[in-house]
Design a protein around this ligand. Sequence first.
Ligand code: FES
Length: 216
Amino acid sequence: MILVLPPDLSAATLEQIQSRLEGLGCRLFLSSGEEQTVVSLSGDFDPLAVQAAAAEWPEADLIPLQSDRAYRFERRRRRFLAGLILSFGLLAAAALAIPVLDFLRPPEVRLELSGPARVVSVDRFPAGTARRLRFRGRTVMVAHDLGGRFFAVSGECTLADPCQLEWSEERQQFLCPCHGGVFDLLGNVLDGPANAPLLRYETAVVHGVLYVRPAL
Ligand code: FES
């Protein structure tokens, strides 16, 4: 705390105030200037008692600064909170970074772990076309759409296996020649008697090569 007093305070009044404060356990440091006299209070005093005393001196202005102990406590509290916020920030950043890094990681490792994958050279796979592959004993239709994305679905109709699907470049859809079933690039039924979507496969392009594997 500091006590700000007017500079023209009589010596007797100042002495009286000092004496009262010292009686309350305050250690005093006076600084007298032309505009004001500042009394810095330190020591293990009761701030409420000092406030009560200061209320009796209308010419005094008591500014409630923190005691050393309160200041140290507050400083420790703020450091603890800052550390806590930093820790949460790092944890949140890590939580965000993990899926991003997972997304950016080249898919070769996963492909290797998931077993052999059928390979197609992207250079020989024009946009808008599709091709039929044999993969793990099944027929797979792989399409390269006009937006440059690759899709892979089962090449066998879900209504009457093994009716083989055809690719319509004009419609950009898979057609079943047996009963007119129509499927989109994701294998969803668009038309016809088939009532189940096609089995989907995952695709990944790595260094210009298209890999296909069963969806996990
Ligand atoms: S077998 Fe595919 S719609 Fe009939």
